[in-house]
Design a binder for this molecule. Structure first.
Ligand SMILES: NC(=O)C1=CN([C@@H]2O[C@H](COP(=O)(O)OP(=O)(O)OC[C@H]3O[C@@H](n4cnc5c(N)ncnc54)[C@H](OP(=O)(O)O)[C@@H]3O)[C@@H](O)[C@H]2O)[C@@H](O)CC1
Ligand SMILES: [K+]
Length: 497
C-alpha cells in the first residue's frame, strides 16, 4: 500500500528527519537523485550524458535549488546545461555550483536565445511543495512548448503548477516524463488529473518516518486487496459470509436490480435476498436461481440503483437506517437521502455528477478536486462516500484520511458498472467489512477484474470476472488471515506503519 500525505505533514516529517540527523544535507541527496534519474533518461534516449543539452527551469525556492545542484552534477559529466531563471532569485548555492561546473544562467528576457526544440532534457525546478497551484503565463507557455517539442521533462519533487494537496490542475502545469519525489508521496501523485502530469514516479527515501498524527491517504494495491478481502474459511457459513438484501431496479430500469444482484453473487455473498420489482425477478429466477425472494434475515442492504423516480425512496432508506444494519445507497437513491442525516456505517456510491447534485455544485468542480468533494460529501451526509471516477476515493465523515482504490482501465465507465459495484459493496458490508474499506475493496476488485480482460465486456460479464479475480488472488494455505478486518470503523490503517 502506498500512502500519500498533504504538504503540511511532509514539512513536519522533513523537520523531524533533519532534527534526527542534523548533519545530513537533504538538498544534496535530492539533487543527487534528480541527476541520477536525468542521467538514466539521457542514457536511454541518446546513449550518454556527455554532450547532452539540458534546460533547467528554475524558480525562486528550494525546488529550484535542487534542480540547480542536479544541473551542476550533469554539467560535471559533460552535459551542456542552461538554467532559465523564471520566478524570483535563484537559490544562491545552487547557482554558484552550476556556474562553477560550466553551466549558464539566462533570465526570462533572454529566452529568445534558446531553441527549446534543441534540448535533450528539461529539469522542472520551478515550484515544489512551496508552490501555489497554477503557473504564471510565461512559465506556462514554456512548459507547453517543451511538451509540444517532445522534450522529456524530469520534474523535481512534483510537476510545477499542480495542486500538491488535492491533485487538481487548476491551469497550465508541467507535464513530466518522470517525477522524482522526495521523502513521501504527495496527494498529487495519486489523484487525477495531477497524477497524469507526474509521468513515472521515482520516490527517494529521505528518512521520513510517518507518525500517527499524519493525514494518510492510502492507495490500495492488489496485495492489499488479497490480504483484506474477507475470504471464507473452513468455519464459514452463509451467515458469516453475509446475507445481502437488494432493493434496486424499477419497471423503468429493471436491469439495475439484476446487475446489482450479479455483483453481490459473484463477489461471494452468502445469500442474496432480492426485494426489487417483478420484471427483474423473472430474469433472475432463470439467470441466478440461488437468489431468494422471501423476507428474512439480512446483514446489509442496497438501495437506489435504478430506482428512477420512485416516490417512497426517502422513507425506504429511513427505515433501513432505523434497522441498525449497514447499507449502500447508489444512483437514484442518492437524491432521496432522508434529511435527518446518515450513518458512517453506510456507504454512498456517487459518480461526480451525483455528488455534485448532493453538494449543490457543478460536476466540473467535483472532477477538478475529487478528494475535497468526497470529504464534503461525507461531512454533509454523515455517511461514508465512495466517489467513483478515474481516481476512486472513499472518505469518511469528520476524518481527513481517505482510501483510494486500485486503478483500472476506463472500460468500467459504462452503464451498469455502478450497479454491479453497488452489489459488491453490499456483499462486503454484509460480511462485516467497515464501510470505508468495503468501498475501496469493491472498487479495487472491479478495477482489477476489468484490467484482466482483453477489452470491453458487458457489466454482468465483468461481475463474473470479479469471481475469477478473487479466486486468483485468494491466499493459499497456510492462510494469512488479517484479523483486523471488521474490528473498527477506521481500521484501514492497521498494520500500515
Ligand atoms: N521536503 C523535503 O524534505 C525536501 C524539500 N526539498 C525541496 O524543497 C522544495 C520546497 O522548497 P520551498 O519551500 O522553498 O518552496 P518552492 O516549492 O521551491 O517554491 C516557493 C517559491 O515559489 C514562489 N511561488 C509559489 N507559488 C507560486 C506561483 N504559483 N507562482 C509564482 N511563484 C510562486 C514562492 O514565492 P512567494 O510568491 O510565496 O513569495 C517561493 O519563492 C521541495 O519541493 C523540494 O524540491 C529538498 O531540497 C530537500 C528535501
Ligand atoms: K517542480
Amino acid at each position: 500500500m502506498l500512502t500519500a500525505y498533504p504538504v503540511h505533514d511532509i514539512r513536519r516529517l522533513e523537520t523531524a528527519a533533519i532534527d534526527a540527523d542534523p548533519a545530513q544535507d537533504l538538498m544534496q541527496q535530492a539533487a543527487g537523485a534528480v541527476a541520477a534519474v536525468a542521467a538514466e533518461e539521457l542514457a536511454r534516449r541518446r546513449g550518454r550524458v556527455y554532450g547532452a543539452r539540458v534546460l533547467i527551469l528554475v524558480g525562486g525556492g528550494n525546488n529550484g535549488g535542487d534542480a540547480l545542484f542536479a544541473g551542476a552534477r550533469l554539467a560535471r559529466r559533460g552535459a551542456r546545461v542552461i538554467a532559465l531563471g523564471l520566478l524570483g532569485t535563484p537559490h544562491p548555492g545552487g547557482l554558484a555550483a552550476l556556474l562553477a561546473a560550466g553551466g549558464r544562467l539566462l533570465d526570462q528576457d533572454q529566452l529568445g536565445q534558446v531553441d527549446l526544440d534543441g534540448f535533450d532534457l528539461g529539469l522542472d525546478g520551478v515550484l515544489g511543495i512551496g508552490g501555489r497551484p497554477g503557473l504564471p503565463d510565461q512559465v506556462a507557455e514554456i512548459a507547453r512548448r517543451l511538451d509540444e517539442c517532445d522534450v522529456p521533462v524530469v520534474a523535481v519533487d512534483l510537476p510545477s503548477g499542480v495542486d500538491a494537496d488535492t491533485g487538481a490542475v487548476p491551469s497550465a502545469a508541467v507535464r513530466a516524463t518522470v517525477t522524482v519525489s522526495f521523502g513521501a508521496a504527495k496527494l498529487c501523485e495519486v489523484i487525477e488529473p495531477a497524477k497524469g502530469n507526474c509521468g513515472r514516479i521515482v520516490r527517494i527515501d529521505l528518512g521520513f518516518r510517518p507518525d500517527n498524527a499524519v493525514t494518510a491517504i492510502d492507495v490500495l494495491d492488489e496485495v492489499d486487496l488479497a490480504r483484506r478481502w474477507p475470504y471464507p474459511d473452513a468455519r464459514s457459513s452463509k451467515y458469516t459470509r453475509g446475507v445481502v438484501g437488494i432493493d434496486a431496479g424499477s419497471t423503468q430500469y429493471p436491469g439495475a436490480g439484476i446487475l446489482a444482484t450479479h455483483g453481490a453473487v459473484f463477489s461471494g455473498a452468502g445469500m442474496v435476498r432480492f426485494h426489487g420489482g417483478e420484471e427483474a425477478r423473472r430474469v433472475l429466477t432463470g439467470a441466478l436461481p440461488n437468489v431468494v425472494y422471501a423476507e428474512g434475515r439480512v446483514q446489509a442492504m442496497l438501495y437506489g440503483s435504478g430506482w428512477g423516480d420512485r416516490s417512497d425512496g426517502a422513507e425506504v432508506i429511513s427505515r433501513g437506517l432505523d434497522s441498525g444494519l449497514p447499507g449502500v445507497v447508489d444512483a437514484d437513491g442518492l437524491q432521496r437521502l432522508p434529511s435527518r442525516g446518515m450513518s458512517a456505517d453506510w456507504l454512498l456510491t456517487p459518480h461526480a455528477g451525483e455528488l455534485a447534485r448532493l453538494l449543490g455544485c457543478d460536476r466540473s468542480e467535483v472532477e477538478a478536486d475529487p478528494l475535497t468533494a468526497a470529504h464534503r460529501g461525507a461531512d454533509r451526509t454523515g455517511a461514508t462516500v465512495l466517489l467513483k471516477g478515474s481516481t476512486q476515493i472513499v472518505a469518511q465523515p469528520g476524518r481527513r484520511s481517505a482510501l483510494i482504490a486500485v486503478g483500472g482501465p476506463a472500460w468500467t465507465a459504462q452503464a451498469g458498472s455502478g450497479d454491479v459495484l453497488a452489489g459488491i459493496c453490499t456483499t462486503l458490508l454484509a460480511a462485516g467489512v467497515p464501510a470505508q474499506l468495503a468501498g475501496a475493496l469493491a472498487a479495487s476488485v472491479q478495477a482489477v477484474a476489468a484490467a484482466s480482460l482483453p477489452g470491453p465486456v458487458p457489466p454482468q460479464r465483468l461481475a463474473e470476472q470479479v469471481a475469477i479475480v478473487l479466486g486468483r488472488l485468494q491466499p493459499q494455505p497456510p492462510y494469512e488471515v488479517d484479523h483486523e478486518i471488521g474490528r473498527s470503523g477506521d481500521d484501514h490503517g492497521a498494520g500500515r506503519r
